[in-house]
Design a protein around this ligand. Structure first.
Ligand SMILES: *Cc1c(COP(=O)(O)O)cnc(C)c1O
Length: 405
């Protein structure tokens, strides 16, 4: 008798009932634990994509699971017309740990980069003049897919067909302070960039560049917005990636890993920027609800620990070495490794778009950004043995990729 696998059946239903915006998908994950995940037919994978930088604590971290279970039996949702205890606690933790002043919660990365733009515009307009609403953004930038966030995003693939865009964004070249100076006008109210570009190809902003931007923003009355949606939350080996450059941003959007897998985003603001959103100026139904904040609180308590972060840095350094070792064995394919901490990109000399499917056949989940960059975001909790095993699978998959030409 012919048997169709569960995965195959789900694939047929997915293709029938879901919009095609994620393309063809060949794996249905049904369970996860730590660095590992299982598909509908029992296939096992090392998950070194972490749900695109969301599962920084691996799948179903016990502290997060426990917090969700306990909170879901107490209070799942109430409106922001009420005070919400886990929201207050998470705001306090984030603000004190990161030296910021106040927080506002939302549900996703796009919403909080969008919120950052709205905050900066109000500030520029009300404090200076009516034309001071322009935001400088950068080549390679990704800030999300809502209209404001997309208008601040560089990639033609993200933008194509959606014009007209929100006006008031000025693009300068990433890591090029001369280009920033050339494009600056007094109408600029903010400079927004990722401390490490994710979708743009795992490119860190240079420390000197971030410091120079900090100086320009202070001198010329603009807010420095550092988008830590992907590179924050311990991913770099520090709480936030900008801490490597020793700069203090004015506004910080964080999301992805903040909720340990539960959707949540936060906009942090420092000093005068913390008082811009006055009553009625901004809001969201779900943002900062009890369930998401309880999960966030549990995740933050694990990540914001100096010993935990020191381990992340040590393991990241080791993993970087493993990637370089693999690369050296295939000089025709491999260019270099770049990134920061556990946010690592293996830059290849040709398009890597076909590679993730090969890696999955080898039981490894990763993806590709900017066409040629294999993006590897292992859980920060991955053990040394799991990192070794991930590197072994990656090497085998890359060798198969080379053989296929
Ligand atoms: C993922 C991402 C976003 C958008 O987050 P969503 O939750 O997908 O809306 C914004 N900025 C950066 C740097 C990201 O990596």
């Amino acid at each position: 008798m012919h048997q169709t696998s569960q995965g195959q059946q789900l694939k047929e239903r997915a293709e029938k009932y879901l919009m095609a915006n994620y393309g063809v998908r060949d794996v249905t994950l049904v369970r996860g634990e730590g660095s590992w995940a299982w598909d509908a037919d029992g296939g096992q994978y090392l998950d070194f994509l972490s749900g695109i930088g969301v599962n920084n604590l691996g799948h179903c971290h016990p502290a997060v699971v426990e917090a969700i279970q306990a909170q879901s039996a107490e209070l799942i949702h109430c409106s922001n017309a009420m005070m919400i205890k886990p929201q207050i606690e998470l705001a306090e933790l984030l603000v004190t740990e990161l030296g910021m002043t106040r927080a506002m919660f939302a549900n996703s990365g796009a919403e909080v980069t969008e919120g950052a733009i709205k905050l900066a515009r109000i500030w520029g307009r009300e404090k200076f003049h009516s034309e001071k609403y322009h935001v400088m953004v950068f080549t390679g930038a990704f800030h999300g897919r809502t209209y404001g966030a997309m208008s601040a995003t560089y990639s033609p693939k993200v933008r194509e067909g959606f014009d007209p865009f929100v006006p008031g964004f000025v693009f300068a070249e990433f890591n090029n302070i001369d280009d920033v100076d050339a494009k600056w006008t007094d109408n600029i109210c903010a400079v927004m960039l990722e401390s490490v570009q994710g979708e743009g190809g795992i490119r860190p902003a240079n420390a000197e560049f971030l410091q120079a931007l900090r100086e320009r923003c202070t001198e010329r009355n603009a807010a420095l917005i550092l988008d830590e949606v992907q590179c924050g939350m311990g991913r770099s080996g520090r709480r936030m990636a900008y801490q490597h450059a020793d700069v203090e941003p004015d506004i910080v959007p964080i999301a992805k890993a903040l909720g340990g897998g539960v959707p949540i985003g936060v906009l942090l603001a420092r000093g005068e920027f913390a008082d811009v959103f006055t009553k009625g100026r901004h809001g969201t139904t779900f943002g900062g609800n009890p369930l998401a904040c309880a999960a966030g609180l549990a995740a933050c308590k694990v990540i914001f620990d100096d010993e935990f972060l020191a381990e992340v840095s040590r393991k990241a350094c080791k993993f970087w070495g493993l990637l370089e070792e693999i690369g050296k064995g295939m000089p025709d394919l491999f260019d270099h490794v770049r990134g920061l901490g556990m946010m690592q990109g293996m830059v290849l000399k040709k398009s890597a778009m076909a590679f993730p499917a090969i890696a999955r056949k080898h039981g490894l989940i990763i993806n590709v950004t900017a066409d040629k960059v294999v993006r590897i975001l292992p859980p920060l909790t991955a053990s040394d043995e799991e990192l070794d095993e991930g590197a072994r699978r990656l090497g085998n998959a890359l060798r198969e990729f080379v053989e296929q030409g």
